[in-house]
Each structure stands twice: as structure tokens, then as C-alpha cells.
Design a binder for this molecule. Structure first.
Ligand code: ATP
Length: 234
């Protein structure tokens, strides 16, 4: 039997009169990596927040690791979920090591694994420096480290590579590959479709809250009706 880590059926989310997600069906199998593409305002971040259970759907059902995403059971298994938000607020006066220790306590994870994690994202040398002096790439690497705490089964990355230097981007996709090999499921939203080649199993394209395409990069290259800016980047 296929194991679904994430499944959405007929999910709609309205903010007042604004429909952010419209009648969405989506399933992610264990070990799958799927990219969410779409222009600004297409509904990508809202979809990720629905899967996280941070917001409730107006209608339809969101299941995460076998539980309703916004239900009580899902709260108990938050340790199995890693989330990298679009904008990460990190305290400038804490060091990288202190920041990760803070998140580890928050997530009830042992801090003993933190040094290896900082090394894995390539900022071990800067661990004792204050985050205030970190570059954008270093801050994003630290934010990624907090998302990886506790080896989550499902990882949700909201525009993880926006504004990153090429080396950090490369490292990010290397980590995604390791996560997939380890059986974790990854959903990432992006505008940078051209950098995805070979890194994701499928790309889901959203427009005005609706899914308008779902397939591999080569399948999408032959899909008619995609927005022109997305076609150009494929
Ligand atoms: P971007 O690429 O710019 O981050 P997105 O694809 O992630 O865009 P969302 O942020 O999910 O899109 O927004 C989808 C729609 O819902 C937009 O029209 C947005 O203005 C609206 N929206 C999102 N969050 C809220 C909110 N908290 N209250 C009201 N409207 C919202």
C-alpha cells in the first residue's frame, strides 16, 4: 500500500472574500520531493501553512502523517515536521550555536546533535559568532539547521533558495537529496524553476489558488496553458 505523508482533498482556504487556495487535491508519498511553483499570490505559502496546521481549511481535508493537520493528534507529532518559513526571524545578539540550542529546547530535541547539524549546513566555524554579523546565506543555513532538528519525516520549505549564493543553493539541494534518500518527504515552494532540474520528482503549478499542472519537469515542458514566465523557466 502506498504511504502518503501528506494528503489534501478538496481543500479551499478563504481569507474573507479572498480565496487563497481553491479546491486543492495533492498527495505526497514518503520520500518524495515536490516543488510548488506559481507567481506571487498564487497560494503557495497558504498551502504550506495549511499542511503545517497553522491555519484551518475553509473546506476540505488536510492529512499529515495520518492525522488531520490542524487536529490535536497533529500537534503531538510536530517533532516530525521541519519548517523553513519564507522569512526567518533570528535574534541578532545570539550566536549560531545559541540559536540552534534555543530551537532544540523548543522542539524538545537533544542539543548534543547540534554541532553536527551546524557542520552539515557549513557554518560550524561561525557557530560562536553572533547572528547579527551573519550574511544572508549564513542566516538561511542556520534557519535550515533548525528545520532539520530531530530528523523530521516531512519538511516544508517556503522559498528556501531565494537570494542565496550559488554555493548555499548547491548545499541546500544536496541536503534535499540526503533527506529523500533517508525517506523524508520534502515540499518546497519556489520561483526558481530552472534550478530544480533533477532535484524534485514533481512540480505542482498553482495559479490564483488552483492547481493548474502537476508533473515532472519534462512533462510540464509539454503542458500547454502554463503561464509564460513559468514556461520560460522550465
Ligand atoms: P508569494 O510567492 O508572494 O509568497 P504565495 O503564492 O505564497 O505568494 P500566498 O501568500 O499564499 O501566495 O497568498 C495567496 C493569496 O492570499 C494572496 O492574494 C494573498 O494576498 C492572500 N493572503 C495570504 N495570506 C493572507 C492573510 N493572512 N490575510 C488575507 N489575505 C491573505
Amino acid at each position: 500500500m502506498t504511504e502518503f505523508h501528506v494528503s489534501l482533498s478538496g481543500v479551499t482556504k478563504n481569507y474573507g472574500k479572498q480565496r487563497a487556495v481553491n479546491n486543492m487535491d495533492l498527495t505526497l508519498r514518503a520520500g518524495e520531493c515536490v516543488a510548488l511553483a506559481g507567481h506571487n499570490g498564487a497560494g503557495k505559502s497558504t498551502l504550506i501553512k495549511l499542511i503545517l496546521g497553522l491555519i484551518r481549511p475553509s473546506s476540505g481535508k488536510v492529512m499529515l502523517l495520518g492525522h488531520e493537520a490542524s487536529g490535536r493528534a497533529a500537534v503531538r507529532m510536530r517533532g516530525n515536521i521541519g519548517y523553513l518559513p519564507e522569512t526567518v526571524a533570528l535574534h541578532p545578539s545570539l550566536t549560531g550555536a545559541e540559536t540552534l540550542a534555543f530551537y532544540a529546547r523548543l522542539k524538545r530535541q537533544p542539543v548534543s546533535a547540534n554541532a553536527a547539524l551546524l557542520s552539515r549546513v557549513g557554518i560550524a566555524q561561525a557557530a560562536q559568532r553572533r547572528v547579527g554579523v551573519y550574511s544572508k546565506g549564513m542566516r538561511q543555513r542556520l534557519a535550515l539547521a533548525q528545520a532539520l532538528l530531530g530528523k523530521p519525516k516531512v519538511l516544508l520549505f517556503d522559498e528556501p533558495t531565494t537570494g542565496l549564493d550559488p554555493a548555499s543553493r548547491l548545499m541546500f539541494y544536496e541536503i534535499v537529496r540526503e533527506l529523500r534518500n533517508g525517506g523524508s518527504t520534502v515540499l518546497l515552494s519556489t520561483h526558481a524553476l530552472s534550478e530544480l532540474d533533477g532535484h524534485t520528482d514533481r512540480i505542482v503549478v498553482m495559479k490564483n489558488g488552483s492547481k493548474i499542472a502537476d508533473g515532472s519537469m519534462s512533462q510540464l515542458r509539454h503542458t500547454a496553458g502554463l503561464p509564460i514566465r513559468i514556461r520560460l523557466k522550465l
